[in-house]
Design a binder for this molecule. Structure first.
Ligand code: NAD
Length: 485
């Protein structure tokens, strides 16, 4: 049985303490055991990160750090098959997805922030003084300190490196807590760190659960200077309470209940393809995914038929088979949650156009977390299915009659992460995008990311923005140095 260990101060440690099992969402079999980090181990990880911060990492020059970041990206590329296999073992996602999205983006995150560190202009002001000599103000960017990086399971390597890369680029050290459901790639990355010569203590990994366990030991630790978290909005609230002790800074990327808006003048096939991708990619487990679709009435019925047909065409199965296009949910527990929304949809009077249950698959997948891609219509806007984040491969489609109505319905949510707007009228696209309260509005596209742009959510979808210079702002403490001439 594979044993997944914690990584502290450059070494994999054996704790002989509590362990928990990693269950394959494909087959339901236990595929690994994970050593849970207790409070003492979390303390050691934070101490190691703190010593590495003041001892050397924050003292490295930008070019020393960025050279190492580039080496990490190259090493992920060299070992990409291992990373893909690890991501598949934890999540069951299709090879086609892990090999084109998760792992390449993991490497790209290190390259992007290495590049940004070298190119970001620095702020300087010359200031007049009464004696006429003046002063020069420069802004320096010191690392913020020890950063706790708390990650979810849906895009494990991609989302973890999205935080680790800028944190390290800015001279911080990190203690990463991957999701208990997806411990493997963070652990593999520890091997990469050692291989390329990242000094001990700069990157630490502690495994375990969140509440009253490893996650909280970390967020409560007074030696942690800032917390960057990706996960559910409710968890964000709990972490923020802990961050309040000692007034630690937070950056939160949280849940979504994103709306897609499809106008009658859209490129029909592209819109169907785009909404299908936004609903079903990664078995619907993408924070940016679309669970509410509003379609202009003249094309409503045709659109529902086409989307339902896309849903039915997705093929679950062996993650390594070239014709597999959808994986399972992350766990049977998560499937119970998603199925409870399927039941609510039925109870609230939905018409189900595709899916709605568990697919029939070969016997060896019977204990996996498989679920059918699902499309509904006919629900009232008050239904929990329309109001709450489900995080499964499903959406509700409703007709609308005017631009104002579509905007009002899209905005009728406490979440505010993303939207996608489908129209060939560029003026309308701009008008609508500006009126929807979200962190990112895609027009005729979805999940098209430029890592230099701000990323985050409005409302209960997040606090702050990361990406490009916005990451550098979060991961540094800006200092004004004023020199009187
Ligand atoms: P989650 O909030 O349950 O868990 C995320 C991480 O937080 C895990 O590592 C977990 O162990 C830890 N955790 C849980 N409770 C904690 C606590 N009290 N203190 C410290 N740590 C704690 O989220 P999840 O189920 O892993 O991921 C799915 C959620 O993540 C969805 O809501 C999704 O929308 C969101 N998400 C958001 C983004 C984004 O960029 N906005 C990206 C991906 C996922």
């Amino acid at each position: 049985m594979k044993l997944i260990r914690n990584f502290v101060n450059g070494e994999f440690v054996t704790t002989h303490g509590a362990r928990f099992a990693k269950v394959s969402p494909v087959t339901g079999e236990i595929v690994a055991e994970i050593e849970s980090a207790d409070e003492a181990l979390v303390n050691s990880a934070v101490s190691a990160a703190s010593a590495a911060l003041s001892g050397y990492w924050s003292l490295f020059s930008v070019s020393q750090r960025t050279a190492l970041l580039q080496a990490i990206a190259a090493e992920i590329g060299r070992r990409s098959k291992e990373f893909i296999d690890a991501e598949i073992a934890d999540t069951g996602k299709p090879y086609a997805l892990a090999s084109t999205l998760d792992v390449p983006r993991g490497a790209a995150n290190f390259l992007a922030f290495s590049d940004l560190m070298q190119r970001t202009p620095q702020e300087t002001w010359t200031t007049e003084t009464p004696d006429g000599r003046g002063a020069i103000n420069t802004v320096t960017y010191a690392p913020k300190g020890v950063i706790a990086v708390i990650c979810p399971w849906n895009l494990p390597l991609l989302l973890m490196t999205w935080k680790v890369a800028p944190a390290l680029a800015c001279g911080n050290t990190v203690v990463v807590k991957p999701s208990e459901e997806s411990p493997s790639t963070a652990t593999l990355l520890a091997e990469v760190m050692n291989a390329v010569g990242i000094p001990p203590g700069v990157y630490n990994v502690v495994h375990g659960h969140g509440p009253k366990a490893t996650g909280e030991f970390l967020t409560q630790h007074p030696g942690v200077d800032a917390i960057t978290f990706t996960g559910e909005s409710k968890t964000g609230e709990a972490i923020m309470k802990n961050a309040a002790e000692g007034l630690r800074d937070v950056s939160f990327e949280l849940g979504g209940k994103n709306a897609g808006i499809v106008f009658a003048d859209c490129d029909f096939d592209a819109a169907v393809e785009g909404i299908a991708r936004a609903t079903f990619l990664n078995c619907g487990q993408v924070c940016l995914g679309t669970e509410r679709v509003y379609v202009e009435r003249p094309i409503f019925e045709r659109f529902v038929t086409a989307l339902a047909s896309k849903a039915r065409s997705l093929k679950p199965g062996d993650p390594y088979a070239s014709d597999t296009t959808i994986g399972p949910l992350i766990s049977r527990e998560h499937r119970e949650k998603v199925l409870s929304y399927f039941a609510k949809a039925k109870a609230d009077g939905a018409t189900c156009h595709a899916g709605g249950g568990i697919p029939s698959l070969p016997e060896n997948y019977a204990n996996g977390a498989w679920i059918e891609p699902t499309v509904w219509t006919g629900l009232p806007e008050t239904s929990a299915v329309i109001r709450e984040e489900i995080f499964g491969p499903c959406c509700h489609v409703a007709p609308f009659d005017s631009e104002d109505e579509a905007i009002a319905r899209a905005n009728d949510s406490p979440y505010g992460l993303a939207t996608s707007i489908w129209t060939q009228d560029v003026s309308r696209a701009n008008r609508v995008a500006r009126r929807i309260r979200v962190g990112i509005a895609w027009v005729n596209s979805w999940f098209l990311r430029d890592l230099r742009t701000p990323f985050g959510g409005a409302g209960i979808s997040g606090i702050g923005r990361e990406g490009g210079s916005h990451s550098l702002a979060f991961y540094t403490e800006m200092r004004n140095v004023c020199v009187k001439l």
